[in-house]
Design a protein around this ligand. Structure first.
Ligand code: AMP
Length: 444
């Protein structure tokens, strides 16, 4: 129950109005220390209820300490416009019984209109770094009175190249009393560095527990020979699986566009989202998906970040994500709120080792699946190391380097018989696991 938290009655009223009954795990973990004024570093994925976990303590601070409004008192930084818009909605819903005013500053909207909004000085400002910096430079934004600073999806802001902008904005909030840093993944060295720079004696909460994946979401792999084979598999899956809404993830926007083209040509109603799509196209795609006019979205990770679309119950990884955390994040979209979900990863020979690292990371084995009539030649490596990775690949590389005659590709190994999925592993904190190497994402 939310009344376990020392929240102002007006906030509890809003929570009740929104029909939130039980707080989610991240809310239970983060709200009490945040209310005490502690700095937090929280790893929690979209869909976990993380927004309320920072919005409620933030609003509580602003209500509890009502002051004549001079300048912005709370700043929420986010990587994408959609996420910023969704967060604004959440802030407005929770602050509906208070006098707290919020404003949104993102790219793709009219600068002058935004400057006029800033002149009225909202209590809470929600925005993406690039446009906020433009307002700082133009003198239309003052952040020196910010009391609470929130960085949401901080890992993604770094991935998108916002590190410098974020640092500058953080520097502007020099008098802040509290900083909350949320990320969907545990991130790499740059995130640790940023956390060390911006947080004071933070509490680190890891909510991205891998075991959360097990509930309600089946995870399968299908081996594929090449891209064309993967495309055929996607067509088949979208035509034959039962789902409300599906998202197909690719690692590059070129592949997203290519797949989109194929699907459209085959008469599938589909939208594509990637870093090059403009605001109008993104809004349209999200609306149509929400309304149900379109059931399928092809997206890159960056474009799909922050999307919270109900009924996303099928996720297809056209390409394997580059890290276990990213996998958790993609798959976390399915099977939400107790619903059933299905996650299918398409695995070519160059995806195999990544897939097996992710299996090890998650401490589970994905179901091996074959689609009748679409079985390819590649069925996984012939010999496996104890780790599950392909054996002998290094030797082959060495031989190639030495200029030895090209060996003929070995005939594909027999796929291991479908084996039942092992029982879900117990809750394992990511802290205890060897992190996967997080490669630099390809251009969005
Ligand atoms: P988020 O992870 O913040 O994007 O939240 C995902 C969705 O869950 C949003 O639509 C929230 O409004 C909703 N939500 C968050 N917390 C709760 C809760 N305790 N009970 C019911 N729904 C919630």
């Amino acid at each position: 129950m939310f009344d376990q938290f020392a929240l102002h009655e007006r906030l509890l009223k809003a929570v009740a109005e929104l029909k939130f009954v039980e707080p989610t795990a991240v809310q239970v973990a983060a709200i009490p220390p945040a209310l005490e004024g502690k700095d937090l570093r929280v790893t929690a994925q979209t869909g976990s209820g993380k927004t309320a976990a920072f919005v409620l303590p933030m609003l509580n601070r602003l209500i509890g300490d009502a002051q004549p409004r001079v300048d912005v008192r709370a700043l929420i930084l986010l990587p994408t416009r959609e996420l910023a818009q969704q967060t604004l909605k959440e802030v407005e819903r929770f602050s509906q019984f208070t006098f707290i005013k919020s404003g949104l500053i993102t790219g793709g909207e009219d600068f002058k209109v935004q400057a006029a909004m800033l002149r009225k000085v909202p209590d809470v400002l929600i925005g993406t770094p690039g446009r906020l910096i433009e307002h700082l430079n133009a003198g239309t934004l003052i952040l020196k009175d910010v009391e609470i600073l929130i960085l949401d999806e901080a890992d993604r802001m770094l991935d998108m190249g916002f590190a410098e902008d974020v640092q500058r904005l953080v520097g502007e909030c020099a008098k802040r009393q509290q900083t909350l840093l949320f990320s969907a993944t545990s991130g790499g060295a740059s995130l640790r560095e940023m956390a060390a720079q911006v947080l004071r004696e933070p509490l680190h909460l890891q909510l991205n527990r891998v075991s959360e994946l097990n509930e309600g979401t089946r995870q399968q792999i299908i081996t594929a020979d090449d891209i064309a084979h993967k495309e055929k598999l996607v067509h088949w899956l979208l035509a034959n699986e039962t789902y409300q809404k599906a998202v197909v993830f690719t690692n590059t926007r070129a592949q997203a566009d290519r797949l989109y083209g194929h699907l459209v040509a085959a008469g599938t109603k589909v939208f594509v989202l990637h870093g090059e799509k403009d605001q109008k196209e993104r809004k349209l795609a999200i609306e149509r998906l929400k309304q149900g006019g379109v059931k399928v979205l092809v997206a890159t990770d960056v474009a799909a970040r922050g999307l919270d679309i109900e009924g996303m119950d099928l996720v297809i990884n056209f390409d394997m994500p580059r890290s276990g955390d990213e996998y958790v994040h993609r798959i976390g979209r399915t099977g939400r709120a107790g619903g059933e979900g299905l996650a299918i990863s398409l695995i070519c020979h160059n995806d195999w080792n990544l897939m097996s690292s992710i299996e090890r990371y998650l401490k589970q084995r994905f179901e091996r699946r074959v689609i009748k009539g679409l079985k390819g030649t590649y069925q996984g490596p012939k010999n496996l190391k104890a780790s599950g990775k392909a054996a002998g690949s290094k030797k082959k590389k060495l031989e190639k380097k030495k200029g030895s005659a090209d060996k003929k590709a070995k005939p594909a190994a027999k796929r291991p018989k479908n084996s039942p999925r092992p029982a879900p592993s117990p809750v394992v904190s990511q802290d205890g696991l060897a992190p996967l190497k997080r490669k630099k994402p390809a251009a969005e």
